[in-house]
Write a protein that binds this ligand. Sequence first.
Ligand code: SF4
Length: 230
Amino acid sequence: MKNGPSKEVRRAFKRFKHNKPMHFTKSFIEQMKQIERLPFSQAERTVMNIIGTLQLNMEEIRSSPPSSEKAMAFHEYVSKAIQRGKGDRPASCRKGCAHCCHLLVDITKSEALLLADAARALSPEKKQRLKEQASWPNDPMFFVHQFPKSRCVFLADDNSCSIYERRPMACRAHFVISDPVHCDTEKSPGNTIQTVAYMDAEGFISAAYEADSAAALSKQLLPFIEDANG
Ligand code: SF4
């Protein structure tokens, strides 16, 4: 049997990406690669469905300006999509194991508005850390600087998330199915960490990233702490 999407679908998808450069999540891209292994007709249908859903979600998201309310609606959608997707693949993440809170987190404009007051309320030391993180050009810098400079400014001393109810979509959708001990790359670099992604959630997050302008959490929140400093 022929595998992978047809040339036409591949072209349509490339054109879609080219005309509207997308801010896909890494997990979404990984999942898209998996589609190439599906039987031909299933792959074609899947790709077309994904493009259609992305477009609809982006149109809906673009129909109103960024707002805190919009961010809460994103969070509700993503949390439900994750619950639907979890099925029999439960995550092994545990409260208090916060190694993933040292990675780059992207947030949208609406999510930044939702977190603006929490950013203004940060301690001077955490504001300084946020400023430093905002000065790093990109994702790899988080691995270069590593702990403790890459620690999320919202991670409390007991390793709980201080903004848990408002935590970004990226945090909601990040799960591992390997032993959480392996996530401690500070103590054991080179461990194999197995993540799990839920396609519906990742597709929605990708659409929101594109339509509601995502960037690194530190860069999105920097203007709010600079305002607060006068
Ligand atoms: S916002 Fe919360 S869950 Fe997300 S990285 Fe920061 S501390 Fe961790």
